[in-house]
Design a binder for this molecule. Structure first.
Ligand code: PLP
Length: 356
């Protein structure tokens, strides 16, 4: 068809499988195994359908923004809230990566980055991780790599490896790239990592992105946010309000505020997941798996004998879903989300049969 020449064509991101049945053990998309804070259910019962007649509030003026600002000890003009961090990251690509020079991210990382880069025609270069899956800091420092980049983005801890970059290395990257925006995607930072948020006071080119999808048990509500200098947030809002004035619905704003208000429950869920992850390291080690030390709510593991693809398929036959990528360098690894202790026991039991 002739008109096809004029279409913006992209290869979309492939998300983890969402099995229709509920009676499976779902450890494939890094959701929390725990429900949202109890205040969320209470607030949900109070929501007024009459209110839905009206357009939703502007996120930066809501209780959600106020709660996040109070939790992080920053002002609301340093927070941008969007429809999941995928929405926030997508807008950040559109807003900040305009130089025409290649942006940099690791070769093994969140596979949405190349999709947004392609969608927005942002050139990019993938920098190979070291063999231990750590990010090579020097690759992102122009004076050392010789690459005149148009921006930098990486998750910390990285996904799907779980490997954490120390704060001083992040600061070196941000400081060495003052002419471009550096985005640190902290989707998993609440599971024992150190956030680089304090650096936003010192560096106005640093954008820190977080989400309610993993550590706050609300993937289905689609709430994500970015924190940075008031200038960065203003530019992000200018683009957002040029695309869609209302990306977040009334329900998400109200229930997100209820979740953000309960920091005790949030911290308790995170530490339970960290405890289960520590048990999982022992159990998976005993079963013959190796993995880098993870700071996320998942473990990226490879078996000493049985190929990952085979384990993936056999787990699925047993109604246990984990994530597998048939991709260079990582095709013998499984990313296993940390579930409840009971779900993990069922996993070890099944793995014992598969690998034994
Ligand atoms: C899960 C994830 C996101 C996206 O989360 P949302 O559900 O869109 O908030 C972003 N970055 C990384 C690295 C993730 O793993």
């Amino acid at each position: 068809m002739k008109w096809e020449e004029n279409v913006r064509r992209v290869v979309p991101y492939t998300a983890g499988e969402q099995p229709g049945r509920k009676d499976v053990i779902k450890l494939n998309t890094n959701e929390s195994p725990y429900p949202p804070a109890p205040g969320v259910a209470r607030r949900m019962r109070e929501l007024e359908t009459e209110r839905m007649r009206l357009y939703p509030a502007f996120p930066e003026q809501t209780g959600l923004a106020a709660s996040l600002a109070a939790y992080y000890g920053i002002s609301t003009d340093r927070i941008f809230i969007g429809n999941g961090s995928d929405d926030v990251l997508s807008l950040a690509f559109l807003t900040f990566f305009q130089s025409g020079r290649p942006i940099l991210f690791p070769d093994i990382t969140y596979s949405f980055y190349p999709v947004w880069a392609d969608l927005y025609r942002v050139p990019y270069r993938c920098m190979p991780l070291c063999n231990d899956f750590s990010i090579r800091k020097e690759d992102y420092i122009p004076a050392e790599s010789g690459i005149h980049n148009g921006g930098v983005i990486f998750p910390n801890p990285n996904a799907p490896t779980g490997v954490l970059m120390p704060l001083d290395a992040i600061e070196d990257i941000v400081a060495a790239n003052s002419g471009v925006v550096v985005i640190v995607d902290e989707a998993y930072v609440d599971f024992g990592g150190t956030s680089c948020l304090p650096l936003i006071d010192k560096y106005d080119n640093l954008l820190v992105v977080q989400t309610f999808s993993k550590s706050r048990s609300m993937a289905g509500m689609r709430i994500g946010y970015a924190m940075g200098s008031p200038m960065l947030i203003k530019y992000l809002n200018d683009v957002k309000y040029s695309v869609n004035s209302y990306t977040m619905n009334y329900t998400a704003l109200e229930l997100g505020a209820a979740a953000a208000a309960d920091t005790g429950y949030f911290k308790e869920c995170c530490s339970r997941i960290v405890r289960t992850r520590e048990c999982a390291e022992k159990e998976l080690g005993r079963l013959g798996f190796t993995f880098p030390k993870s700071y996320g709510n998942f473990i990226f593991a490879s078996h000493e004998r049985v190929p990952a693809k085979e384990i993936f398929e056999k787990l699925k036959e047993n109604d246990i879903y984990v994530r597998y990528w048939d991709k260079e360098r990582i095709d013998n690894y499984l990313r296993i989300t940390i579930g409840t202790d009971e779900q993990m026991e069922a996993l070890y039991h099944t793995l014992e049969k598969i690998t034994g």
